[in-house]
Design a protein around this ligand. Structure first.
Ligand code: GLU
Length: 307
């Protein structure tokens, strides 16, 4: 970028300044395998059309977790159309935690939005395919096309969540009861747990952010999904991507973003660049403490809020 700033140095300073904030957060305990993370890890990456800038632990692999929800939503919108998707899931933010069940029995009797667990599980049920493998292949295929490399899942995290994901299991059965989940409940859960276990690193996430920033164009200038689907999903990232912390994040950072409980945050500065952070210690809303402070700092320096 032609701002005269030394980006590599700036990112390095931000990582070191914000890394100690990990003390204010905690590793997630409800997925046993994620308890083994190192809360002191911190990385930040920024992908422009031409260059990747990065600092800190940007090449450490972690699981996508909730960040995967943006890919299944893109695939569902592309394959089934927005009407079919929004018949099963709402479009409103919620002040409830990411794994809450409470809204399913009140309001519209459908999950409030596709970024919370209940909504994402409903969306998974809409991905076409005869088998879980085939359906997973559509989600993984999109990611592989964006990253231009094969992807793998973390088998230990996948098994850990499949064995202990009782709350997600109850959400899924409840969704079936209120007619918001198509097909076999256990197969849909299997797909959801698999997508959450996809391995990426912070540099990958910045590249994915650039894909969103350019409305679905990958490095080779090929539109992988429609600009309309990217716009819809980016809008959800603004209103619900940081769960019930989305409002404060919009004020402090001001960009479409999606967090995951393994500590990643995918950020999009529309038309300009992708930005991503990694830091496994989470705040009470399930967002990376170090990640948010790094993005806040970078947004101040580069003045990239879209508002
Ligand atoms: N796999 C996690 C779960 O379903 C995803 C939640 C998250 O990353 O916020 O609980």
């Amino acid at each position: 970028m032609s701002t005269g700033l030394d980006f590599a140095a700036l990112l390095g300073e931000i990582v070191e300044e914000c890394r100690p904030h990990a003390e204010r957060g905690q590793l997630p305990t409800y997925i046993p395998e994620l308890r083994k993370g190192n809360p002191r890890l911190a990385g930040i990456a920024l992908q422009t059309a031409r260059e990747l800038y990065e600092a800190g632990d940007t090449r450490v692999n972690f699981t996508l977790q909730s960040i995967s929800k943006v890919f299944s939503l893109l695939v569902a919108i592309e394959e089934r159309g927005p009407e079919a998707v929004f018949a099963k899931v709402g479009a409103e933010p919620t002040g409830d935690p990411f794994n809450s069940i409470v809204k399913l029995e009140t309001a519209e009797k459908k999950p409030p939005n596709p970024m919370i667990n209940a909504g994402a599980i409903a969306v998974c049920s809409l991905i076409p395919g005869a088998t879980v493998e085939e359906r997973f292949g559509r989600i993984a295929g999109l990611l592989e096309a964006i990253l231009e490399r094969p992807i793998t899942i973390d088998e230990a995290v996948y098994r850990s969540e499949k064995e202990t994901g009782h709350r997600n299991r109850s959400l899924a059965y409840f969704l079936k009861d209120i007619n918001c989940l198509e097909g076999d409940v256990e197969e849909v859960l299997d797909l959801y747990f698999r997508q959450c276990s996809i391995l990426v690193n912070c540099a990958d996430l910045a590249r994915i952010g650039m894909f969103f920033a350019t409305k679905g164009i990958n490095g080779a200038d090929t539109p992988l999904v429609s600009a309309r689907a990217v716009r819809l999903v980016s809008t959800f990232m603004v209103t619900c991507g940081m769960y019930n912390g989305s409002g404060e994040f919009a004020i402090q950072v001001g960009i479409p973003a999606k967090s995951g409980v393994s500590g990643g945050i995918l950020g999009v500065v529309p038309g300009r660049f992708g930005v991503a952070t990694f830091g496994p210690a989470l705040d009470r809303k399930g967002n990376s403490v170090v990640g948010i402070s790094m993005l806040k700092r970078l947004s101040e320096v580069l003045d990239f809020s879209i508002f």
